[in-house]
Design a protein around this ligand. Structure first.
Ligand SMILES: [Zn+2]
Length: 251
């Protein structure tokens, strides 16, 4: 069902369980959020999905997406415990949806041009924040994976997955296949998006560390709060900013 894409073969059979409606799906859960459309259990090679009534589009996109996740897990699983970053996992799954993704790819180019790109380094763990931020994280993941395919091809992506399976971490795996470590890869992606060479936007915590004085005055706290508010609207993570603000208050 998924586009043929990687040299690695599946080691375990995949299972897709389809539910006709929310009630059936919910019946084997103690509690379930009503926005959940399905679940994946990569280590079991299992995905359980609710198929809504009008399901053409859904079957075209959600099933390949979920199967790609299951495939990705098997192709990268390492007993050494290194796990690929979410941008690669989600980008890979989204890339294998059948629907065209011109809109998402354009959205990322626009975000780059407007200085609103979320550093790829933050596209780890489960994506969180408001809807716009989560959508941009998915779109950036797709964009970075599309860049991988365009530049290094099917074989490069297959080698990258294999490097994770061999226990490499993100830097090592990228270096092995692309000749670039993560920072270098991010810079190359940025330039592919139309960014100026060498000008990848500085992650906000670095900018903060570089500008905040050793002893924070009340005015500084206000300035940080103001800056944080500005940055928050652009989808950046606020934790380091909040920490500095709290520290400044208690000193
Ligand atoms: Zn996904």
């Amino acid at each position: 069902m998924t586009r043929e894409s990687s040299a690695a073969d599946l080691t375990e059979r995949l299972h897709i369980v389809l539910y006709a409606n929310d009630e059936d799906f919910a019946s084997w859960h103690d509690t379930i959020q009503d926005w959940v459309g399905g679940e994946a259990y990569p280590s079991l090679g299992l995905t359980a999905q609710i198929v809504p009534d009008r399901s053409d589009e859904w079957i075209r996109d959600v099933i390949p997406h979920e199967v790609a996740h299951l495939f990705f897990y098997q192709a990268t699983y390492s007993p050494l415990g290194s796990y690929p970053p979410s941008w690669l996992d989600e980008g890979y799954a989204t890339y294998h949806e059948v629907a065209p993704h011109g809109y998402e790819l354009r959205r990322v180019r626009d975000a780059a041009a407007a200085g609103e790109l979320i550093p790829l380094r933050l596209a780890t763990g489960s994506f969180s924040g408001d809807e716009a931020r989560v959508n941009l994280l998915y779109a950036e993941s797709l964009s970075a994976v599309t860049f991988l395919y365009e530049k290094w091809g099917e074989q490069g992506v297959a080698q990258l997955l294999e490097a994770f399976r061999q226990g490499s971490n993100e830097d090592e795996a990228l270096l092995e296949v692309t000749g670039l470590d993560f920072e270098g890869f991010q810079q190359a992606w940025w330039e592919w998006l139309g960014g100026a060479p060498g000008a990848y936007p500085t992650p906000p915590w670095q900018a903060l560390q570089a500008t905040s004085p050793p002893t924070a005055q009340p005015a500084t706290v206000a300035r940080i709060a103001e800056w944080a508010k500005k940055v928050e609207g652009r989808g950046f993570v606020l934790v380091p900013v909040t920490m500095v603000a709290i520290k400044a208050k208690s000193s």
